[in-house]
Ligand binder design. Structure first.
Ligand code: ZN
Length: 291
């Protein structure tokens, strides 16, 4: 059985290598059904969503992880976000409606020349952002380039997606506590094996079967599954806050013309509507309580 919408950690016994493996099903479908994406845009967004999940899982502390590219291609921006508890959302910007509906286009064909940014916002502590140029044919390659440039830990990542599901595997060399030469040999062995994993295997096999297929000669321990879901963090309160920056005059002008101020969340398509009374209430100063 496939492990849809789950994330699992795995460890290699007697090494300092750690891995994460994740597969998306319904969570990914819910995100792509909100927009009429051409096939190749939906496929790439699937890889972004898995990447955000895997990177988030690899961190020591809980943080919101955003994987984002911007470029000069038909897709000007693509972004996936994973918050604590494997809650995912994603968004695509650009004039992708003109792209062929079913052709599979590569990342450079979709995004053009551009950059990849990974943003990590911990619950506590400072926000961190690393940026690299897009210099690879696929997202897995771009992420490896990013990890080589900016992270201290050796990292290998492999992503795959098809219509309706996406899967990925990430391994990381933790600080070495054993013999360094042995650690290097093990890392080379593990990454060479990972290179043999085919997209179809990532899509079709369970996590256990993927790991058995790759590492049946090594002692791998797979940990319990954590649930992945689609969740948008937009809310009435946040929308009100965002509107308050626009100013009451402009909002009331819109109400005069259109009866309501309407805000649609681009991540989840949720509609928020505000009439005249609600707009006025937003800007009413909080009264001081006098005893
Ligand atoms: Zn939303």
């Amino acid at each position: 059985m496939k492990d849809y919408d789950t994330l699992q950690r795995f460890l290699f016994d007697d090494t300092d290598i750690r891995g994460e493996i994740a597969t998306l099903g319904a969570s990914y479908q819910e995100i792509i059904k909100l927009q009429d994406y051409p096939a190749s845009v939906a496929l790439l967004l699937g890889e972004f969503l898995v990447a955000a999940t895997l990177i988030s899982a690899s961190l020591k502390h809980a943080a919101m992880v955003t994987v984002q590219v911007t470029g000069d291609g038909p897709v000007t921006a693509m972004m996936a976000e994973c918050t604590e508890g494997q809650k995912l959302r994603g968004i695509v910007r650009g004039d992708y409606s003109l792209l062929p509906a079913d052709d599979v286009l590569s990342l450079p064909e979709l995004i053009g020349a551009g950059t990849l940014a990974i943003t990590i916002e911990p619950d506590q502590g400072e926000r961190y952002q690393g940026i690299v140029k897009l210099e690879s044919e696929d997202l897995s390659g771009c992420l490896e380039h990013y990890f080589n440039q900016s992270a201290q830990l050796l990292t290998k990542i492999k992503l795959a997606s098809c219509s309706g599901s996406a899967s990925g595997i990430l391994i990381q060399q933790m600080p070495v506590t054993q013999d360094h030469d042995k650690a290097l040999t093990t890392w080379q062995h593990v990454t060479t094996m990972m290179d043999t994993l085919k997209t179809a295997e990532q899509i079709d096999l369970s996590h256990n079967d993927q790991l058995y297929r790759l590492f049946h000669q090594d002692n791998v321990r797979l940990f319990e599954a954590k649930k992945i879901s689609f969740f948008c963090s937009c809310s009435l309160q946040r929308t009100v806050k965002a509107l308050s920056y626009i100013g009451i005059e402009e909002l009331l002008e819109t109400v005069a013309e259109q009866e309501f101020v309407q805000v649609t969340c681009q991540f989840c398509a949720q509609n928020y509507q505000f009439g005249e009374a609600e707009i006025k209430a937003m800007f009413k100063p909080t009264e001081d309580i006098i005893h």
